[in-house]
Design a protein around this ligand. Structure first.
Ligand SMILES: NC(=O)C1=CN([C@@H]2O[C@H](COP(=O)(O)OP(=O)(O)OC[C@H]3O[C@@H](n4cnc5c(N)ncnc54)[C@H](O)[C@@H]3O)[C@@H](O)[C@H]2O)C=CC1
Ligand SMILES: O=C(O)C(=O)COP(=O)(O)O
Length: 387
């Protein structure tokens, strides 16, 4: 029996995929697995039972990945599962920034009860007029699951699309429309584009990527869209750019005290992934990842351990070893198994940075003594008896 805890509400259609071997628990500290969306986990203490965290979504900056790896907790996310939801909201953002739709709607509301409203609107509407998307240059920074969808869809709206991603995956490159211009230097996006949208993860290397010097390079009347994370942008520099008449609009999906209520800023309450479809997709993928890890030891879409798959165990036993990626560890654990007369019929050992993961299918179940010896290896983080 496995237990799981939901730190945020997770779509039932996903949770329904857990077999009857899983029970939901109210206390995170007792759970084998945690499902989470945006809840902040950096200050959380993790229970000793905790083996896996699945982020039902893309961004994992709310989870202490390194600490989890050191505690033998595998963290997963659900790549692409909410990308369409975000893509659609990015276009809503572009349209809201192009004409003052919000201001116009508010004006109509403020005139409710006016019998002459239709005539008044015809006079008033010029205050909310704007421009079109077609023919404008759109710069997409980060061509992952979301960026590719935004870039491709924009080409169908008649936009001239520039894409920048020095680390683009082969899969993303395959999916990218040939009409998207491949940009090698992000400065070219800053200098050329009328709309700039950012779709990169929040990392030390991307924090405040859109800063004062980037803004200085931009065209007058640029529209900046941020559906990735607020900390990617120096938002005070953006407000200064708006006040100076350089930036026409800043659209953000991340409310905070700096931007909320400011002129020239459209802030949405983090709705990018809040569609029924995205919530269902993320929950289903997260539950599949956790189930396969808990039941088979397979890792798919981890963000702190290497992915590793050996299907369903066909031998007498399977163990999973989470360890540091250091010299001699493999020799030590294979020696312990050999000394215990346990034959390894299949094994995979994968590494990711400082961490490594091994799955071993063995011809006899391991005894508690063998587990104790494996656990005692200096660079061993966690030993799991999967079967
Ligand atoms: N507003 C919302 O509700 C949502 C926001 N997000 C945010 O959007 C981000 C992107 O999501 P996905 O596209 O699904 O992730 P992804 O991992 O598929 O794509 C990220 C892309 O950014 C690229 N990248 C990394 N560093 C870069 C750099 N310095 N310059 C240019 N490109 C760089 C990577 O190569 C990758 O292709 C997430 O990390 C998350 O923070 C994601 C989903 C929902
Ligand atoms: O997937 C992401 O990175 C998101 O930002 C979506 O967050 P949410 O699941 O809506 O709290």
């Amino acid at each position: 029996m496995f237990s799981y805890h939901c730190l945020n509400p997770i779509a039932e259609v996903g949770l329904d995929q857990f077999s009857t071997d899983y029970k939901k628990v109210e206390a995170a500290v007792t759970a084998d697995a945690i499902l989470v969306r945006s809840a902040a986990m950096h200050d959380m203490e993790f229970g000793r039972n905790l083996q896996a965290i699945a982020r039902a979504g893309a961004g994992v900056n709310n989870i202490p990945l390194e600490r989890c790896a050191k505690e033998g907790i595998v963290v997963f996310n659900t790549p692409g599962a909410n990308a369409n939801g975000v893509k659609e909201l990015v276009f809503a953002g572009m349209l809201l920034a192009s004409r003052d739709i919000v201001g116009g709607i508010e004006w109509v509301k403020s005139q409710s009860g006016e019998t002459d409203i239709a005539k008044m609107a015809e006079k008033q509407k010029k205050a909310y007029a704007g421009t079109e998307l077609a023919g404008k240059k759109l710069g997409v920074i980060g061509l992952g699951a979301i960026g590719v969808k935004v870039a491709n869809a924009a080409t169908h709206l008649g936009m001239d699309v520039y894409g920048y991603d020095p680390y683009i995956s082969v899969q993303a490159a395959w999916n990218l429309s040939r009409s998207v211009k491949h940009i090698d230097a992000v400065e070219d996006i800053y200098k050329e584009c009328d709309f700039i949208t950012i779709h990169v993860p929040l990392l030390d290397s991307t924090r405040q990527m859109i800063n004062k010097s980037a803004i200085q390079m931009m065209k007058k009347d640029v529209i900046i869209l941020n559906f990735a994370r607020d900390l990617l942008v120096d938002e005070q520099a953006v407000l200064d750019g708006i006040a100076a008449g350089k930036i026409r609009k800043y659209v953000s999906d991340f409310p905070n005290p700096t931007t909320a209520g400011q002129d020239g800023v459209i802030v949405i309450p983090h709705l990018g992934a809040s569609t029924a479809e995205a919530e269902d997709n993320c929950a289903i993928m997260a539950v599949q990842e956790i189930s396969d890890y808990m039941e088979n030891g397979n890792i798919t879409h981890s963000v702190n351990y290497p992915d590793c798959q050996m299907g369903i165990c066909q031998t007498a036993g399977r163990i999973a070893l989470l360890h540091y990626n250091r010299q001699g560890v493999i020799a030590q654990y294979t020696t312990i198994l050999g000394d215990a007369n346990i034959n390894v019929s299949d094994m995979t050992n994968k590494t990711r940075g400082d961490f490594a993961y091994a799955l071993l299918d063995i011809d006899a179940p391991v005894t508690p003594e063998v587990v104790e010896k494996l656990d005692a290896i200096e660079d061993m983080i966690r030993v799991r008896v999967v079967k």
